[in-house]
Design a protein around this ligand. Structure first.
Ligand code: NAG
Ligand code: NAG
Ligand code: NAG
Ligand code: NAG
Ligand code: NAG
Ligand code: NAG
Length: 562
């Protein structure tokens, strides 16, 4: 028997995870040939089977499991065999996340692949809190005191001098994610119903981790788990929003609550003044965009299919409407302070300007005043797209006259006398009426007349009343009376009302040097009266025409029956 020491070499001392180690067995003998090698695992004498290792060649195997390996070389006599220990421990973290947050649960484990051997464990760490001498260190609520490098080794329970090598160091970093913050995009304080808002949850310092998010909100039907979601808000989305991050059983704090205030939709409204369904050519109309939105200042935008476009202002005043103004109008507001923010579009409002002949007949008086001196030359002119006219007269004694004594074309010239005090209007051959006017002929040749407009004055317009003698206009010391009440006696010869209102309607007269003019009615037009019909010669209807002047028109009253 020759005892030769068999040498066992390993190309690595530790089995890498999922890897393998090649073990080589050789004998120190003058004749190295003819040897056969047997492999054993552990100290038990169990032969390594092909399931445990790959037999590369005589004397060489590849193993992927850590443990004690022995080899014996045999020729004539077995030789003394050697031991290989690949039991360098490995420190593992469960879960093995790169970042651990305060409060999370984590296990630091020392793993020795050493079969049945019983070990005591030792830890070496620079963390503030030291792990106990056990193979597993379970940290239920991690804190920064657990941060540090960890390595371990095993010491055989049976033989306290036999230890493994130290494992490699593993670093545990416990970070503190800050409280999440909720942000709203856009971050304007005033959000209106129908707008889209993005709600986002941000965890500062938590970027390294995969979080799921929990939300608390005014109205959450299916709570999202993402860090951001979009909502098309209604008023019921108003309220607090808060979020927190979650990773397994670890939760961040709840964020501070951020409040979203959704205001009612400030959808503008387009209004027409006057708000009649039908507007006639030449009439004045205002198209207005009204936004009920508190103190906010807006720029305005219009959208219309009319030929003439509305300017970008809240109010579009059409002084003389034409069919080019017909169309649908809608508007929206754009915040002056934040141009991204707009209201919705208003509903469309339709403006129809018709070229209908109803309003085409008119009567003008020259000179344009109610009161005239006797023997004044006054002309009454009928205007409109008609070929045939007559001027009609309804006198103070209740008689209707159809003939103008001196009619030239569509103009009736009058050399005034007291009997010409009457109500006049034009009537076309096809029965179209103009509106009626009052003419008053003054009979006191030395007295003054009031110079006041023949036609009703439109509300808001300015008007000047003055006083005149046959020979001259009076420039000073005139007293003006409204419904017999003295309203002005300053030295100016004229009464100026810069913006007429309905309350200015009534009887006016002037007084100069103790002599009074006749009083005349000044009519203030709020709405326009459109008369249609063919009540020729009908006294009752003619009277109604006069009374109608002070009745507010409604849109239905294009054909009024009185
Ligand atoms: C074998 O062992 C002897 C004695 O221990 C030593 O002198 C010799 O160098 C060794 N030879 C080899 C090849 O290792
Ligand atoms: C965690 O372990 C898996 C395999 O179990 C590995 O692929 C991954 O790289 C490890 N992650 C870290 C951060 O160590
Ligand atoms: C006048 O009336 C005729 C016939 O009704 C019409 O064809 C014409 O367009 C009108 N002219 C104006 C300027 O309204
Ligand atoms: C108006 O009548 C007066 C006298 O009554 C006369 O002197 C004057 O010429 C007449 N004017 C016209 C335009 O008929
Ligand atoms: C004419 O005068 C009467 C009062 O005398 C008044 O009611 C009427 O409105 C006046 N007509 C016009 C067109 O001013
Ligand atoms: C079981 C085992 O490997 N025991 C060893 C412990 O260490 C001594 C001295 O180094 C060895 O003689 C034992 O065989």
């Amino acid at each position: 028997f020759t005892f030769v020491l068999a040498k066992l070499r390993a190309d690595n001392t530790a089995v890498p995870l999922g890897g393998s180690v090649t073990l080589t067995c050789s004998v120190n003998h003058s004749s190295s040939s003819g040897w056969k090698y047997d492999w054993y695992i552990e100290n038990s004498g169990v032969l390594v089977s092909p399931e445990d290792a790959v037999f590369l060649s005589n004397g060489q195997i590849r193993v992927s499991q850590g443990g004690h390996y022995w080899c014996i070389g045999e020729r004539v006599n077995p030789v003394y065999s050697s031991e290989y220990t690949s039991n360098r421990p490995v420190v593992t973290l469960y879960p093995n996340w790169s970042e651990i947050y305060r409060g999370e649960t984590i296990t630091v484990r020392c793993e020795i692949h050493g079969g049945d051997t019983e070990w005591d464990y030792e830890w070496e760490t620079n963390s503030v809190i030291k792990p106990p001498n056990q193979n597993e260190y379970r940290i239920r609520s991690a804190s920064s005191s657990n941060s540090g490098n960890y390595r371990c080794k095993g010491r055989m329970k049976s033989s306290q001098y036999n230890t493994t090598e130290w494992s490699d160091s593993v670093t545990l970093t416990v970070s503190i994610p800050s409280k999440p913050t909720v942000t709203l995009q856009p971050s304007w304080t005033q959000i209106y119903s129908g707008e889209t808002v993005t709600v986002r949850c941000e965890i500062q310092g938590g970027e390294g981790a995969q979080w799921t998010y929990e939300w608390r909100a005014a109205k959450l039907n299916t709570p999202p788990t993402s860090n951001e979601y979009r909502i098309t808000v209604t008023e019921s989305d108003s309220g607090g929003y808060s979020c927190r991050g979650r990773r397994d059983y670890f939760f961040t704090e709840w964020s501070d609550i951020i409040t979203l205030t959704v205001s009612f939709s400030n959808r503008p409204v387009v209004t027409l003044y006057p708000n009649w369904s039908e507007i006639y050519r030449g009439e004045t109309i205002t198209v207005r965009c009204e936004i009920h939105g508190g103190d906010t200042e807006w720029d305005y935008e219009w959208e219309t299919n009319s030929m003439i476009k509305a300017p970008n202002q809240s109010e579009y005043r059409i002084r003389s409407a034409s069919s080019s103004n017909s169309g649908n109008y809608r508007c929206k507001g754009r915040m002056k302070s934040s141009q991204h923010k707009t209201t919705e579009w208003s509903d469309s409002v339709t403006l129809t300007v018709s070229d209908n002949v109803h309003s085409a007949a008119s009567l003008t008086v020259s000179p344009d005043r109610v009161q005239h001196f006797t023997s004044d030359s006054v002309s009454l002119t009928c205007e409109g797209n008609f070929t045939e006219w007559r001027v009609r007269k309804f006198s103070e004694d209740g008689r209707l006259y159809s003939d103008c004594r001196r009619m030239t074309g569509s103009t009736c010239n009058i050399n005034t006398s007291e009997s010409d005090t009457a109500v006049y209007w034009c009537e076309s051959g096809s029965g179209e009426f103009s509106s009626a006017v009052n003419i008053t002929v003054q009979n006191d040749g030395n007295g003054p007349i009031l110079v006041s407009p023949v036609h009703p004055v439109t509300e808001g317009a300015s008007v000047r009343l003055s006083c005149s003698l046959r020979t001259q206009k009076i420039l000073s010391n005139v007293f003006f009376y409204h419904n017999d009440k003295l309203i002005q006696n300053d030295p100016r010869g004229e009464l100026k009302i810069s913006a007429v209102s309905k309350s200015d309607e009534g009887f006016y007269k002037c007084q100069y040097s103790g002599r009074e003019s006749a009083q005349s009615w000044m009519s203030v037009k709020v709405n326009k009266i459109i008369i249609s019909g063919s009540a020729e010669g009908d006294y009752a209807n003619v009277t109604s025409v006069i009374q109608l002047k002070v009745i507010n028109k409604t849109s239905e009253c294009t054909k009024c029956e009185i």
